[in-house]
Write a protein that binds this ligand. Structure first.
Ligand code: 5GP
Length: 208
């Protein structure tokens, strides 16, 4: 039997409060073959966050040990205080099974992943406007004023890096953003370079 095709690696970035989690969550709910990578972080859990679902919460010492063991696909110091990292093993195992994996990570981490995995599909989720983004952060009610100011300033810096991504999805209406993500997945799966095996079968390996 032909070996199942390797799954896609989807890197999703976007400013805090843009609704990355909502869009990705809705996409995964519709497509069981898409899996979310759970990052490791040294930051404290927010109310309602669950170990192993939102993050693996670890001490700085435990995080350092994982760095030594080369257990991260990438890791990053974010907002000048906390560490975040993507465990390598889960991503590789799922892609080998033919499942697609989403990494919800910041812009710096995303660029590192692109270096290590050039076939990663880079998607940036953007707000319809900066004003709407700020309103969403305030409405979330989990952030202090200082944190909102830091995150708004960071958001602008992140938005400036938008052209480094392959795709931009505007999260105005969630269902429309999900449909855009589905269209991206579908287009990527149909890229000629991801279908080399079938092309060889069709042509007997003779392409011009
Ligand atoms: P939060 O503290 O709001 O959960 O996340 C802060 C930032 O860290 C977000 O931009 C989020 O995308 C990013 N982040 C979460 N996990 C990772 C990770 O594994 N690696 C990197 N580089 N960034 C991450």
């Amino acid at each position: 039997m032909a070996r199942k095709k390797k799954g896609l690696l989807l890197v999703v970035s976007g400013p805090a409060g843009v609704g990355k989690g909502t869009v990705d969550g809705a996409l995964i709910a519709k497509h069981p073959e898409i899996k979310m990578s759970v990052s490791v972080t040294t930051r404290a859990p927010r109310p309602g966050e669950i170990e192993g679902v939102h993050y693996f919460f670890r001490t700085k010492e435990e995080f350092d040990r994982m760095i030594e063991q080369n257990a991260f696909l990438e890791y990053m110091h974010v907002f000048g205080m906390n560490y975040y990292g993507t465990p390598k093993a889960f991503v590789e195992a799922e892609r080998e099974k033919g499942n697609h994996v989403i990494l919800e990570i910041d812009v710096q981490g995303a660029m590192k992943v692109k270096e290590t995995c050039p076939d990663a599909v880079m998607v940036f989720i953007a707000p319809p406007s900066l004003q709407i983004l700020k309103q969403r952060l305030v409405g979330r009610g989990t952030e202090t004023q200082e944190s909102i100011d830091v995150r708004t300033a960071t958001a602008l810096e992140e938005l400036k890096k938008l052209p480094r991504y392959d795709y931009m999805v505007i999260n105005d209406v969630v269902e429309e953003a999900v449909a855009d993500m589905e269209a991206i997945l579908s287009a990527e799966l149909n890229r000629t370079e991801r279908n080399a095996e079938l092309i060889t079968k069709l042509t007997g390996g003779e392409t011009i």
